[in-house]
Ligand binder design. Structure first.
Ligand SMILES: Nc1nc2c(c(=O)[nH]1)N[C@H]1C(S)=C(S)[C@@H](COP(=O)(O)O)O[C@H]1N2
Ligand SMILES: [Mo]
Length: 413
């Protein structure tokens, strides 16, 4: 297997122009839907893979202040995401803690509780039952890069997703110890990262979840990842994980959970942040804040982690295509692959999740029938029968929830 390391220089659109540019036939070109270009024209094959971020390897950097870096699909191939390949999404500055800061870490639980708590990490370890779970964390803006018209924000493609093995305690158990009042309806989460301005009175992000999601047994306060300390960039020494919902609900460097008697209104809970229109809107329009609602579960989605896009295979020789799929609060019930631009689909083998909210692995064998340019398209279906669309599912002002199908280029030569 070898990668063709060049980019298509396309001026026109559609299969014919592409075929001319590459000097390769497109055997299923007649099925390429009108308006869709071959994916190789839209995707840089040779990505600049960064090696400069401490503890990370091969991520592609979208911005460095704040630091935002995503995982290329082929580095998501691991069954459990490793520390070095876990994406980073910061809204503020990366904190810089001393050993003393870490040793004296406190987590405050206050607001609508009978007994406010002020806990050390040892208190969490000693006073509550430990849980270890594989949990996916996906940024609400994953896929934004493919929104038309473009939406402002980090231009994530497919790599703002991780699924690591987290160890910690159930938020429900901690809230039970504090004793929820009847007035408790929502949580508000706070972390120790500084605001981009450096102003200590400003908070970069403080989101929350309805109390039912907070009490869900998979919502945890984690102090370890993959059996080790959490990587600093991913929330060391303590983070919340509310899997299946936008990653922004999973506060890193967690210091406080404020139990609210109303929907939390911290920075990035209101206005246009992590909110989508209550009804379908025309692409590109402005939507008033009062017509927006808070995103809850993330939609069904999948990624092809092997082979790498633009790999070459011999015609007629089968090879394995594999990846992962997930569906927010739901499970994935079917995974299908197409090599003819969506004209026909073949069912892949799909594993059950190791626990609820873990991503699900899938694989199948694919054979490219003759020489030429092909694409592999991947489509997951959730247990409510909802499928990933071929193109964007519905435009929204900030470009959230774009769960379009992942497509990779393949050469049969
Ligand atoms: N304290 C804090 N927590 C945070 C953020 C942040 O900027 N500060 N970013 C959130 C967002 S938007 C996402 S998508 C996830 C990303 O988690 P990761 O950086 O560990 O991959 O963390 C969330 N938790
Ligand atoms: Mo995010």
């Amino acid at each position: 297997m070898r990668t063709i390391n060049r980019r298509a220089m396309m001026t026109g659109s559609g299969a014919a122009a592409f075929s001319a540019a590459f000097g390769l036939p497109i055997p299923f070109g007649r099925y390429l839907p009108d308006g869709l270009k071959p994916i190789l024209s839209a995707e840089a094959v040779a990505q600049a893979l960064d090696t400069s971020i401490d503890g990370k390897s091969g991520l592609s950097v979208l911005s460095d202040r704040p630091l935002n870096a995503e995982t290329p699909p082929q580095l998501l191939d691991e069954a459990v995401t490793s520390a070095q390949h876990m994406f980073v999404r910061n809204n503020g500055l990366t904190p810089n803690f001393s050993d003393e800061n870490i040793a004296n870490w406190r987590l405050v639980i206050d607001g609508e509780v009978e007994t406010p708590l002020d806990l050390s990490i040892d208190d969490l370890r000693n006073d509550f039952d430990p849980v270890t779970l594989q949990l996916q964390i996906e940024c609400g803006g994953n896929g934004r890069r493919f929104m038309t018209p473009a939406a402002r924000g980090n231009q994530w493609s497919f790599g703002a997703i991780s699924c690591a093995e987290w160890t910690g305690v159930r938020l429900a158990d901690v809230l039970a110890k504090a004793g929820l009042k009847d007035t408790a309806v929502y949580t508000g989460h706070y972390g120790a990262d500084p605001h981009l301005s450096g102003d200590p009175d400003k908070t970069p992000i403080s989101r929350g979840v309805p109390i039912q999601k907070a009490l869900e047994p998979h919502t945890i306060i984690a102090f370890a990842m993959n059996g080790q300390d959490i990587p600093l960039l991913n929330g060391h020494p303590l983070r919340l994980i509310a899997s299946g919902w936008p990653g922004s609900c999973s506060q890193k460097w967690l210091t406080r959970i404020w139990v609210r008697d109303q929907v939390h209104d911290g920075p990035k809970m209101t206005g246009q942040s992590y909110r989508v229109p209550k009804f379908p809107v025309a692409p590109g329009v402005e939507v008033a804040d009062e017509d927006m609602k808070i995103i809850e579960s993330m939609p069904v989605r999948s990624v092809i982690t092997a082979p790498t896009t633009a790999s070459r295979f011999a015609p007629g020789v089968p090879f394995t295509v594999r990846g992962h799929a997930w569906a927010g609060d739901r499970a994935v019930s079917a995974m299908d692959i197409s090599i003819d631009f969506g004209a026909s689909w073949q069912r892949a083998t799909l594993d059950a999740p190791v626990n609820r909210f873990a991503w699900q692995h899938w694989r199948t064998n694919v054979t490219l029938p003759e020489a030429g340019y092909f694409e592999v398209w991947a489509r997951a279906t959730d247990d409510a029968g909802i499928m990933q669309p071929a193109t964007q599912p519905g435009w929204n002002p900030r470009g959230y929830l774009n769960n379009l199908q992942h497509r990779i280029a393949m050469f049969a030569v």
